[in-house]
Design a protein around this ligand. Structure first.
Ligand SMILES: [Fe+2]
Length: 305
């Protein structure tokens, strides 16, 4: 009989997504998750919110269940300019609290999440319904959510973005949109333009609970390659030339045939490098009982590569 320490662990292996080989698919098998959830059953979601070290304990335990392969795959994929994105799937019908634990373990293997001012926690859950009275595109179901990066209007570094589909009812459409900068045909035109390096002002609406204004360059270099900082809703260009530049750039991204449309099933996680992947959302089809709940975390890498 095996002792706990010699119990054979699951060795994970990512594979390329059929829609774009840059996106890596990774399945977290039930055997690993069962052991992980059993060994963490005393740790509630509330405790995760109150006791930060428990989030890192979770990360350690999940990686152990995967024989150390999970952290390695996540870090290597996210830092690799050629890939930089994962769709992580879990077995169906996991409880919401279990999914929050799994996403917490995943995020803490790559870094630390920023405090999310919208929720007052290290993560935020938000829903999309038929009606909406908010002040940004985030919850507007029937509108195309244009391609953007996260963290534009905050001071902290936003190296990565994690999105987890928690629940979905009567949802047709609403796919996650993704564009890798190196797939965007006209990227160099905008990245090399002087206005691409001009600081632009970013401010957020009241619901985000962030009252500062920051100056951000649209394009910047990391590891010798162009990276993007842009969202149409929160940029406050000071001149007509800046406005036209941002408009043309956004339209160019929107027109790129390389934009992926990923139908993210419930329990699946998208984890992307926020420096060179832009993201957005397709509009949903009208339905009075539409309901979709997403969890997000955004943060900095542990290690800079
Ligand atoms: Fe976003």
């Amino acid at each position: 009989m095996h002792s706990f320490s010699s119990y054979p662990k699951v060795e994970l292996k990512p594979r390329s997504h059929s829609l774009n080989p840059r996106l890596q698919e990774l399945h977290l098998p039930m055997v690993a998750l069962e052991n992980f959830l059993a060994s963490t059953k005393e740790i509630s979601v509330q405790e995760l919110e109150y006791v930060p070290y428990q989030r890192l304990v979770l990360a350690h335990l999940l990686d152990e269940e995967c024989g150390g392969s999970l952290k390695k795959i996540l870090v290597e994929t996210l830092h690799d300019r050629a890939t930089g994105a994962l769709e992580i799937s879990t077995p169906p019908d996991l409880h919401k609290d279990d999914l929050i634990k799994i996403s917490t373990a995943v995020s803490h293997l790559v870094g630390l999440p920023n405090f999310d001012s919208m929720s007052g926690k290290y993560y935020a859950c938000f829903d999309v319904k038929d009606t909406d009275s908010s002040d940004s595109y985030l919850r507007q179901a029937y509108r195309l959510f244009t391609l953007h990066t996260d963290g534009t209007y905050v001071d902290e570094t936003t190296d990565w973005v994690l999105m987890l589909k928690l629940k979905e009812e009567n949802a047709v459409g609403g796919e996650s949109r993704l564009l890798h900068l190196d797939d965007w045909e006209e990227m160099e035109i905008f990245a090399e333009h002087p206005l691409g390096h001009t600081p632009m002002e970013y401010k957020s609406p009241p619901s985000k609970n962030v009252s500062i204004s920051v100056q951000r360059q649209t394009f910047y270099q990391r590891n010798g390659r162009p990276c993007l900082c842009f969202i149409d809703q929160f940029a406050y260009p000071h001149t007509i030339e800046q406005a036209l530049f941002l408009r043309d750039m956004s339209q160019s991204m929107e027109n790129s045939p390389k934009t992926l449309s990923i139908p993210l099933p419930t329990g699946h996680i998208l984890l992307i490098n926020n420096h060179f992947w832009a993201h957005g959302r397709e509009p949903f089809k009208k339905h009075l009982q539409l309901y979709r709940e997403l969890l997000r975390q955004r943060g900095a890498f542990n290690e800079q590569v």
